[in-house]
Design a binder for this molecule. Structure first.
Ligand code: PLP
Length: 418
């Protein structure tokens, strides 16, 4: 890889300007590592927990230890953590179908939910496919305020007798809006529970884990849900998802995952325990590497006068960095640059395609060890205006920086007509 002198000059300045943010990120990673190490000690994690089970997987001590570990780290009563959950979307689907019943209303308070959830809820897709709507679950939505905060008055007045789940998407997803802070989620939890005490508050926590000192469950959310090929898997978990929260909420989700009456007591782990445990051990550090990569990217894009968010000096509540182009072509070049600066499949050219669950074509650059892992450096964009690319991950700051430089070089080359 060859970077121009111009790019290296910009990169040096960008890195110097990012120093203070890097220090804060390292400090938070240390505090989160303390939390994780304490959880390992409290739950007496030992080599036997790495053992594999098959069949029903009864009495899988490792599986039970993993779920206790997650409950400790998320500072809540219980967790369901399974390598067999195929994605974040499936984990969220288990949460929604676990908590909601016919006649209930799901109230999403962060505007339009993440693209893949639309078919789950029944806002898109074929009637009869088994969406919440097919099962008689109603849907309502309130938007965030113009400055990206909860519209508490609108939320409270949208709650009625049928409201069962208040749904919060913490991270921006494929939207240009700020990511929510867990403390602010806590304030909303109090307000909605004062209005109706038997509600469940469920948080799509994807990309948010370990960016702050406490997870949404610490602040009273009944359920936090995410993917193991994002932050909490630490780049080690081969696949999976988690749901962490109150005993009752997690139990209902376990009944949905397996069968009522069986719940979380079964599930062979097929040799995946060690990578999940090791991944959680790495997660605070790996998330910090991704955060530093994002801050470096923001700082560099600022030097390049590109339209990017969040700013390099802003406190972050997830690992996403966005970059908006005026049209499709530079966006595709940028993604090609990320791909070429990746350890795996660096020779491949990413192209937009009709990904299942998404309404627009999506381009995804991810030269990753684990297929589609977005805790590894990746960039993706739905092909629609505004032409925004979502950048996240970086297993190590050094490799993340290399990927960002490769993409930035493509943008500079294109500007100078190369
Ligand atoms: C990644 C993500 C999901 C789930 O995506 P999968 O690709 O199914 O793992 C849901 N919500 C948000 C905000 C996400 O970032």
């Amino acid at each position: 890889m060859v970077y121009s002198d111009e790019l290296m000059r910009l990169a040096t300045t960008a890195e110097i300007k990012a120093k203070k943010q890097f220090e804060e990120i390292d400090e938070r990673a240390f505090k989160n590592q303390v939390k994780v190490m304490n959880a390992f000690r409290d739950n007496k994690i030992k080599a036997e927990h790495f053992a594999s089970t098959s069949g029903y997987g009864y009495n899988d001590a490792g599986r039970e230890a993993i779920e206790a570990l997650y409950a400790s780290v998320f500072e809540c009563q219980a967790a369901l953590v399974r390598h067999s959950i195929v994605s974040g979307t499936q984990a969220l689907t288990i949460g929604l179908f676990g908590l909601l019943r016919p006649g209930d209303t799901l109230l999403c308070v962060t505007g339009k939910p993440y693209d893949t959830l639309e078919e789950v809820i029944g806002l898109q897709g074929q009637p009869g496919n088994g969406s919440l709507k097919d099962f008689g679950v109603n849907y309502r939505e309130t938007s965030l305020t113009e400055d990206g905060r909860f519209d508490t008055d609108a939320i409270i007045s949208a709650i009625d007798d049928t409201t069962k789940v208040i749904y919060i998407q913490k991270s921006r997803g494929y939207c240009n809006r700020p990511t929510l802070r867990n403390e602010d989620i806590g304030v909303l939890v109090k307000a909605v529970k004062a209005e109706k005490s038997d509600l469940f508050v469920m948080v799509d926590n994807c990309y948010g884990e370990f960016c702050e000192l406490h997870e949404p469950t610490y602040y009273g959310a009944d359920l936090a849900v995410g993917s193991l090929i994002k932050n909490p898997g630490g780049g080690m978990a081969e696949s999976g998802g988690y749901l962490a929260g109150s005993k009752r909420a997690v139990e209902l989700c376990a009944y949905r995952l397996t069968a009522p009456g069986i719940g979380g007591e079964t599930g062979a782990t097929l040799g995946q325990n060690k990578s999940i445990i090791k991944g959680l051990f790495y997660a605070p550090h790996t998330t910090a590497q991704a955060l530093k990569t994002a801050v470096f990217a923001a700082s560099l894009f600022e030097e390049m006068q590109l339209d990017s968010s969040p700013r390099s000096d802003e406190t972050r509540y997830d690992i996403i960095q966005t970059l908006t182009f005026s049209d499709e072509q530079p966006l595709i070049s940028f993604c090609e640059g990320i791909q070429s600066g990746s350890p795996i499949d660096s020779f491949v050219t990413p192209v937009p395609w009709d990904m299942p669950g998404y309404q627009d074509e999506v381009i995804m650059a991810a030269g990753t060890f684990t297929q589609g892992a977005s805790i590894e450096l990746s960039a993706d964009a739905p092909i629609r205006a505004p032409f925004t690319v979502y950048i996240q991950g970086g297993l190590t700051y050094e490799s993340g920086k290399i990927g960002i430089l490769s993409a930035a070089q493509r943008v500079l080359d294109q500007r100078s007509g190369k």
